[in-house]
Structure formats: C-alpha cells, structure tokens
Design a protein around this ligand. Sequence first.
Ligand code: FAD
Length: 475
Amino acid sequence: MCAPGIAPFAKKSFDTLGLVAVLDQLQRLQRTPRAAVVRNRMPGGVSGRGGDSPSYSITEVGMDFTIPPEIRQKLKDLDAFIEREIKPLEEENIQFFDYRREHARTDWDNGGVPTKEWEELLAEMKRIADMAGHYRYILPNDLGGSDGTNLGMAIIREHLAAKGLGLHNDLQNESSIVGNFPVVLMIRDLGNDAQKGMVEDMLTGAIKIAFGVTEPNHGSDATYLETEAYRQGDEWVINGMKRFNSGLHSATHDIVFARTSGDPGSGHGITAFLVPTNTEGFNIDFYHWTFNMPTDHAQVTLNNVRVPESAIVHNEGEGLACAQHFFHENRIRQAASGVGATQYCINESVKYASERVTWGKTLSTRQAIQFPLAEAHTENELIRNLVYKTAWHLDQRHHMEVTDQVAMANYRANRLVCHTADLAMQTHGGMGYTRHLPFEHIYRHHRRYRITEGSEEVQIRKVAAHLFGLTGRKR
Ligand SMILES: Cc1cc2nc3c(=O)[nH]c(=O)nc-3n(C[C@H](O)[C@H](O)[C@H](O)COP(=O)(O)OP(=O)(O)OC[C@H]3O[C@@H](n4cnc5c(N)ncnc54)[C@H](O)[C@@H]3O)c2cc1C
C-alpha cells in the first residue's frame, strides 16, 4: 500500500493561493504512522485509521498519488510473464481470440454453454499463473497469496485490460492471470469452518461455487425474493426458482438465497445456503442465450431441496451480508477493468486516426474525431482516480462504509467503457464493426455490467439513498 502523504506538490504555488495551512496539514498526515490501520473493520467500530468519524474529510485520509513501488514492480513482472508464458499459449489457440472467438468458445448444440476446449485452455492459463505466483495475488499468505490490496488489484486489473483482449485477461467469464475471488473471500470471512476447508479446492477448480440471488420475478428488488426455506428436523427444505444463475454448467455448489423469516422487502430474514448442485430437487431448466456468448446463465427450479444446518453461510437471516461482500469485491474490480478497457479503446482509436487518411489528411487532424476521444480520455482520468480512491478506502475500512463510493465508481466505469467501445467502432469505421477488431466484443461484454452486479439504476439509487440520508452515514 502507498504511504499516506503528499509527494510532489510545489509549496510555492500553494503559497500564492494562500493554502500553506492545507499543505502543512497534508505533510503532517504524511508522517502519520500506518500501524493502526485495520482492514475490514466493522462499520461503527472503534479501531482503525481515521478515528471513528465515518466521513471522508481530507484531514482524515491524506493523499498520495504515486503508484506504490511494489505494485509498479508487479506490473513489470506480469508483463514479462504474459510475453513469456501466456502469449505463446494464446498463439497456439488463436481461434479462441480472433474473429472466430464466439464460435470456438460456444457449444451451440448444448444450450450454448462454453466448449470443453475453451474451458480447458482457461484452466491451463490459471494453473500456469498460479505456479508463477500471480493468480492468488489478492489472497492472504495463508491461502498461498501475496496479501494483495484492493488498490493493487485495481491497478493490476486496469493494466491488464488496457493491454487489450487475450488469454491474460479474458472477458467472457472474467478469467485472469490475477484472479478475482469474491466467493473465496466471502467464505473466508463469513463461512463456517467446514466451508473454509473448501477454499483450496475452490482455488484449484475442484470445487466451483455459483451464486443464486436473482429470480424470474425479482432481480433489482432482491429483498422481495420468493424462494423460501423452512426448518424440518435437522434440515432445511428449500423451494423456489433462480434466474441467470451463472456458472452452473460446471458448478459443484450453488449459494442459494432464500427467505427464512421476515416480510417481503425486508433485508433481514434472507439466508444464504451452500447447496451441492447434485442435491435431489435442484434442477437446471435451461440456459439463457445472451448478447455475448457462450452462456452459462441458468434458470433453476428448487423443489424440496434438503440441506443440513451446516449449509448456512454466515448467520441465519443475514444472507445479505454475503451478497454485499460478493458485490463489493466484484464491483471495484469491474470498474478497474472498465477503466483499462476504456483506455485500450482510446489508445487504439488514436493510433488508427493518426494513420487513416481521408480527403488527403489523417483523421487525427479533424476535431470531430479528436474531441469525442479527448472527452472520453478526460472522463476516464476522473473515473480512474475515483476507482483508485475507492479501492484504497476498501483497504482501510469495512466495505459497507464505502458502498456508495463503490457504486459510483462501478456504474460510471461501466457506462464509460460501453460508450468508448462504441466510439472506437465509430472511429474505425466499417472495420470497427467487424469481428476482426475487438471493440464489438468489448462492448458486448461490458454492456452486461450496466445490468448485472446491481444495475446502473440500482447503484444510482444507492448513491441517492446515501445522499438523502435514507441509509448509510447520514442516516
Ligand atoms: C449475463 C448475466 C449474468 C448474471 N449472473 C447472475 C448471477 O450469477 N447470479 C444472480 O443472482 N444474478 C445474476 N444476474 C442477474 C442480474 O443480477 C439481474 O439481471 C439484475 O439484478 C437486474 O434484475 P432484473 O433482470 O430482474 O431486472 P429488473 O429488476 O426487472 O429491472 C429492470 C430495469 O429496471 C430498472 N429498475 C428496477 N427497479 C428500479 C427502480 N426502483 N428505479 C429505477 N429503475 C429501476 C433496472 O435497473 C433495470 O434496468 C445475471 C444477469 C445477466 C444478464
């Protein structure tokens, strides 16, 4: 992590603005010891950096805009690793990445799920990355990781996405040489001992866990979900339906969210159950065919599915804590990838516009081409800073304390990358529309994030709820 402080500012310019006091305050913060930092403290807790105040005043957090040296080094190591070990594998399997990508990846005659060959290639990429010590970066040492930070992950994810599409950082199912482990981290923090014992198998792929919140009648308003569970003897009996339950074509388990008490709409009374997918009564009805293929987004019926008490993840009735944990991990990484992919689209467009000649001049000389790209570039810089800041906060505080900031970063990054992929298609003209270039694929993938993991509207709603004091800090 970066040390708090303010590095290269010119004191003179602050003098002329009468802001010396601010600078002095920031320099004092630079010297603040970091020993008191406690990651993931609970909201309203008494320990941790910045005292008890949950606000984000400048006097509390300090600033340092330099990328920590260990993360800069990590990026160099990753670049070398990609060139040495991942690119050759990608070249050997180029049909999964060139204009044939959607066809090569999709088992069209089997519900449109991923082909076996495609998933084997992804598994091999992860295995090599794990052996090289990159895959588990974000995980703690005791899980074989590097005790990485959210800030580090954000910078790495952005860097990988900015390199363009490839085996190092595929979009279709979010595979990467630096893994994102929302379910592993959720189980580590909220699971019981038996569930924690599954973590190593989850990392090697022997156990795969899907996540079932959404239902045919309820998505955004998940607290109204209709799947129910009741206790019978030592067991729980679950009935209901799930929709878009991703990953079920190969999952060994599904985390099923069901109401066990309370009224529809209440955040309390929803319980998360870890259900083996081979349990009697757990039926996959079909997979939804989606904008980006392959699909693994299943429709599920749960018909008197019986699980023991030990299947509960976290506490009975407190399943939403699991969902929030999962979403925050995912949202900040998606936002960072969005920033990287946006930068890739801008860079490629600038390159093309600098070479492509129309009416005797390069496109790059035309303001109609320059301005939209310059605006996207500006907005990306704004969002990048918000993503870094939010990731940094996630390293210092409990994730629920910055839930509105995560939402801001996520929805703006998702929106921008879709806009910029479209802009890249426009700048590249007819070629931009073809599958020989990657922009259509970037668009189709990132477009889903404006709907999933909390749709754009749901995230704006969250920001509004904090702004108006309906929830969170101002309540
Ligand atoms: C590719 C893909 C993968 C997915 N994977 C999973 C998964 O693994 N697990 C899982 O549980 N779910 C998954 N989902 C489901 C996803 O989380 C939901 O689609 C999403 O939450 C939206 O719910 P909905 O589709 O029911 O839309 P609805 O809730 O019906 O909303 C429809 C539209 O109205 C907007 N809207 C709703 N309420 C309001 C409001 N009060 N104010 C303003 N606008 C509103 C929404 O933002 C949306 O744009 C996946 C979806 C897709 C497409």
